[in-house]
Ligand binder design. Sequence first.
Ligand SMILES: [Zn+2]
Ligand SMILES: [Zn+2]
Ligand SMILES: [Zn+2]
Length: 360
Amino acid sequence: MAKQSLGYTELEWTCPFCNTRNKGRAKVCVNCGAPQPKDVKFEQAAEDKPVTDSEGLEMAKAGPDIHCPFCGTRNPATAVKCSRCGGDLTEGERREAGQVLGAQQSKPAADVICDYCGTANPAANTKCKNCGSPLRKAAPKPAAAPAPAPAKMNPAFLIIGAIVALIICGALAFFVLRGTQTETNVARVSDVNWTRSIVVMGLAPVTRNTWADQVPQNAEVNYCEQRERERSAFPTGNSQEICGTPYIVDEGTGFGEMVQDCEYIVYDDYCEYTTVELQPIGLLDESGSDLSPFWPETRLEQDQQLGDRRETYQITFEVDGESVVYETTNAAEFARFQPGSEWQLEISGFGNIVDIQPAP
Ligand SMILES: [Zn+2]
Ligand SMILES: [Zn+2]
Ligand SMILES: [Zn+2]
C-alpha cells in the first residue's frame, strides 16, 4: 500500500475552560485566552476543507508543535522561545502526531443551531454570527448501521438438538457393538471371478489454462484474456490504481493531513492453450470365471506406453443358502479357493467376511 497525500485540512480543539471551539491554528482560546493544554486533542472539523493559504500550509507541515515547559502554551516546532512567556523551549514536549482521526468528511456539513438564540450557523463557525456565543460541534454523521446482534438460540432448538445427539450416539453404540459381534459359518465356494486390466498411455491433445508467460513452448494458444494477476505498491506497464477512503492524520500542528492508501491492480494475459501430453487413452482388460487369471495381450503403437495395472478377484461363498462375496487383489490368495471347496467364515454383524480358515 502506498500512501498518497491529498493535502492538509485545519483541525479544531475545544477549550476545556469555556467550551469554545477553536481553529487548529489558534494556540490560545479565542474566547477566554487560555492556552490549549497538551492533553486537549485536536478533532476533525465538521467538514475537511483543504488548506490553501500559504501560512496555513507552512504551519501544517512544520512538524508537531512544542508545549512550553513553563506556561504550557503551544508553540510551532521551529520556535526557540515561548511566544507567550519567552521561556526556553528546548525542554518542551512535542505534541503527539500520526493518530488517524477519521474518514475524510468532504461533503458540506449541516448547519449548527445556536443553543442561545436559535440562529443557524455554518458548521465551520465557532461562534454564533448573531449573538456571539460559542457553538457546539456539529453532530457527527450517522455511522453505518451496527451489525445485528447474533440471534439468540431458541431453547426448543437446543432441546431438539440434544435429543438428536442422543439418538445418534445410541445408534453409533448399537452399530459398533453389532460390528464387533461375529458369527462363524461353514461355507462352500460357489463362484470365482477375476478381472485384470492395463491402462494404455498415449499422446493426445489436452487443454489447459495459465498466464501467457507460463504457456509451454510447444503449446498452441487458443485465446487469452486480461485478468488481475497481482496487487502492487507501484504502477507497472499494465496496471490500474485503486485507492481506499481518504482519512485524516493528526500532524500535531493544528492541521491534519488528508491521506489515501493506494495500490495497483496488475493485469496480465491469462490464456487457454492446447498441448500434446502422454495420458490415458485406453484400457486393455481380461476377465474370467476360473482360477487361471492372465494379463491382457499388449500391442502398443508408436509413442504409446503401458500405465497402471489393476487386478481384482471375487470369490462367492454359499452360506446357509445365501451368497457372500469376498474380494481381494492378491492372486496367490485367490488361487486357494477351488470351486466346491469348504471354508469356515467369520462374518461380522454387518455381513462382512472378517476371517477365512480352511474347514476342519
Ligand atoms: Zn476558552
Ligand atoms: Zn511559555
Ligand atoms: Zn446565537
